[in-house]
Design a protein around this ligand. Sequence first.
Ligand SMILES: Cc1cc2nc3c(=O)[nH]c(=O)nc-3n(C[C@H](O)[C@H](O)[C@H](O)COP(=O)(O)O)c2cc1C
Length: 183
Amino acid sequence: MDALENILNRVSARTLAEPFPSKDEMDTVYKAALRAPDHAWLRTSSFVEVKGKGLDKLSDIFVNYGKSIPDITDVVLDKYKNAPYRAPMIIILVNSYKEHPKVPAIEQKLSTATAAQNIMLALNAMEYSCIWRTGKMAFNEIIQKELGLEKNQEILGYLYIGTEIGKKKEIPNLDIDNFVSYL
Ligand SMILES: Cc1cc2nc3c(=O)[nH]c(=O)nc-3n(C[C@H](O)[C@H](O)[C@H](O)COP(=O)(O)O)c2cc1C
């Protein structure tokens, strides 16, 4: 796929099913992620790949988190339980803060966010789809602990990945003049 066409036509997808990328394809996806801009090459991004039985484990983790919320209803608990099954594969975006005199925490998170965009673009180029979700499951200390992450590690979001089975969303035709100014 032409590089610009890939960027201009990427859309998020909510109805995701198999097939999902192979191991070889994911190796390329992670290489793309690791070509994100990264001040001082701190390498603060990492990725937890979840599929198969991993989705069951993530579902249990979400439910355990839900049970820690006072007065949570069965309906919400059920929503948490089912959340990971909205796609056959999930990448959990992790940022590991590293102390550095010139690179504040926000820059480190921005770097991981750009890694996420590289992942989404690489997947789009391979004709897979995804959506970045956060909600209560991101920036969540309980879930981070359940996943075995350290105190300096934070979940910036979840990329739900697979093949779009619904209708591809129409890309809005935004007027660039509303977004660009010139000095
Ligand atoms: C940091 C971040 C968090 C997001 N969290 C959610 C979310 O929890 N649920 C959701 O439906 N969309 C979420 N979105 C929005 C979708 O990922 C997507 O960008 C949006 O639906 C617009 O679609 P598009 O990417 O095709 O333009 C999030 C986006 C970003 C950048």
